[in-house]
Ligand binder design. Structure first.
Ligand SMILES: [Zn+2]
Length: 406
C-alpha cells in the first residue's frame, strides 16, 4: 500500500494549471499528464477506468455486499488555479508543527505565520505540508484526488470491506469555471455524489449562491463642453448615478454568511459611452430574484430619466443554489455527517459563498455536496494542508460507503 502522503506528493509534482484564456477541453494539455496517470493507476489496481476526450477519467467499482445499494460517486478536479504557478512545486514537510512561524525556504524572509493565518494553530502537533513560497501547493484539489485514490486502494486490497457500487471521476478546469461543461452524468452512472474539494477538515457544503451576471451599457451624448448646456449626457455620471441606486451595504466587502450582494466588477467609461458589469449573488432564491428585479428597476429609472435608449441591461443567470436539488435527498448530507462523526471529526456545515462543480452537477441530475479535502489558503503560495486532514478525508469516503452498504 502506498502511503497517502507519498501519493499526494507525487500528484502535486505534476503541473496541471488550467488556463482561462483557452477554449480547448481541457484548457491545457498538461492536465492529461495527471488524468492519464490516474487512469493507469486505477487500471493497475484492477479497476475499470476510462479516459474521455474532453478531459475526464471515469471509473467504476462493482459492489460486493450482495444488496441493492445506490451507486455513490466521488469526484475531484486535477487542475490547479491560474492565480499562481503550479510548476516545480517543492513541498516542505513540517513534522510536529510547534505553532511558530514557518519559513518558506524558497523565498528568503517569507514565512507562513499564525499571526496572519490563525487557523494554523488548529494543527499544532500535526504534520503540515506547505509550499516553499515560490508556487502554490495544489492541495486544491490534489488532496481530493489522493484521498479518493487512497480509498480505492484500500477497497481493492481489502475484499472483506463491504460496499455498494462506486463511481469515481476526475475532472479538469474546475478553477476556470468549466469543469463539468462536457461531463457525462449518465456515463458516470452514480445516483448521487460527493466532490472532495472543500477546505479545512470538517467542512461540508450543500448550499451555494444563486448567481447572475449583469452587463449595463450607457449611451451618453458628447458635446463640446463650451456649448454643452442642456445637451450633453455624460455617460460616466449616469453610470455612477445608476450604481448609487443599489444598496451600498450589499457589497462583498460588507457581507458574509447568508448575506447576498451586488458586486461591481468593472467600470469602463468616457463621456460618450460607459460599460459597467456586476455579479449578483444570493443563497435565497426569492431574494436573488428580488435583487435582479432591483437591478432592472434601477436601469429602467435611469433610462426614463435620461431618455429611452440610454441604458441597456443584459441580465444572465449563471448558476443556482444546489440546496433545492439536494434537500429532497437529505440522506446524502446526513450520511456524510455521520461518516465524519465516525471518523472523530466535528462536521461544520456552512454555505459556500461561490459556486462549485457540484452545484452545476446537482442541476444536471446528480445531487453532489462538497466534502473537505483538507487544505487551506488555496490558490497561492501560503497554501498548506495538514496530513491528518487528508487521511481523515479518505476515512470519511470509506465510512460513507460502509454506511450505505449496511
Ligand atoms: Zn478546488
Amino acid at each position: 500500500m502506498e502511503k497517502i502522503l507519498d501519493r499526494f506528493l507525487r500528484y502535486v509534482a505534476i503541473d496541471t494549471q488550467s488556463d482561462e484564456e483557452s477554449s480547448s477541453q481541457p484548457s491545457t494539455a498538461k492536465q492529461w499528464d495527471l488524468l492519464n496517470l490516474l487512469a493507469d493507476e486505477l487500471r493497475a489496481m484492477g479497476v475499470k477506468a476510462e479516459t474521455e476526450e474532453h478531459g475526464y477519467v471515469y471509473a467504476k467499482i462493482p459492489g460486493n455486499n450482495g444488496k441493492d445499494t445506490p451507486t455513490i460517486g466521488f469526484m475531484a478536479h486535477v487542475d490547479t488555479a491560474p492565480d499562481a504557478s503550479g510548476k516545480d512545486v517543492k513541498p516542505q514537510i513540517i513534522d510536529c508543527y510547534d505553532g511558530g512561524d514557518i519559513p518558506l525556504k524558497g523565498v528568503p524572509g517569507l514565512f507562513l505565520k499564525p499571526s496572519e493565518f490563525p487557523e494554523l494553530l488548529h494543527f499544532k502537533g500535526e504534520t503540515l505540508i506547505t509550499t516553499d513560497g515560490t508556487t502554490l501547493l495544489g492541495a486544491d484539489d490534489k488532496a481530493g484526488v489522493a484521498e479518493i485514490m487512497d480509498a480505492v486502494q484500500y477497497i481493492v486490497t481489502h475484499p472483506e470491506f463491504k460496499h455498494g457500487p462506486i463511481a469515481v471521476a476526475f475532472t479538469r478546469d474546475e478553477e476556470i469555471g468549466c469543469g463539468v461543461d462536457s461531463f457525462d452524468v449518465k456515463r458516470f452512472g452514480a445516483d448521487f455524489g460527493y466532490t472532495m474539494d472543500g477546505g479545512e477538515i470538517g467542512e461540508l457544503e450543500y448550499e451555494n449562491f444563486n448567481a447572475a451576471a449583469a452587463k449595463i451599457h450607457i449611451q451618453g451624448r458628447n458635446v463640446h463642453p463650451g456649448s454643452a448646456k442642456d445637451k450633453m449626457k455624460n455617460a460616466i455620471h449616469i453610470a455612477t448615478e445608476l450604481n448609487d441606486l443599489l444598496p451600498k451595504l450589499a457589497r462583498p466587502e460588507y457581507t458574509e454568511g447568508y448575506e447576498g450582494f451586488f458586486h461591481l466588477i468593472s467600470f469602463k467609461g468616457a463621456v460618450e459611452e460607459a460599460d459597467i458589469a456586476y455579479i449578483i449573488r444570493d443563497h435565497d432564491r426569492a431574494k436573488f430574484e428580488a435583487r435582479k428585479e432591483m437591478m432592472e428597476k434601477a436601469a429602467a429609472f435611469i433610462d426614463a430619466k435620461y431618455g429611452e435608449g440610454t441604458v441597456r441591461l443584459e441580465l444572465k443567470d449563471q448558476y443556482y443554489n444546489m440546496r433545492e436539488m439536494v434537500e429532497p435527498h437529505m440522506h446524502i448530507v446526513d450520511t456524510a455527517v455521520k461518516a465524519m462523526e465516525l471518523a472523530g471529526i466535528k462536521p461544520r456545515i456552512q454555505p459556500i459563498r461561490g459556486g462549485t462543480d457540484g452545484a452545476r452537477l446537482s442541476f444536471m441530475g446528480l445531487p453532489c455536496p462538497n466534502i473537505f479535502a483538507g487544505g487551506l489558503n488555496f490558490h497561492g503560495k501560503m497554501e498548506y494542508v495538514p496530513l491528518r486532514s487528508i487521511e481523515k478525508a479518505a476515512e470519511v469516503i470509506l465510512n460513507i460507503l460502509r454506511l450505505y452498504a449496511e
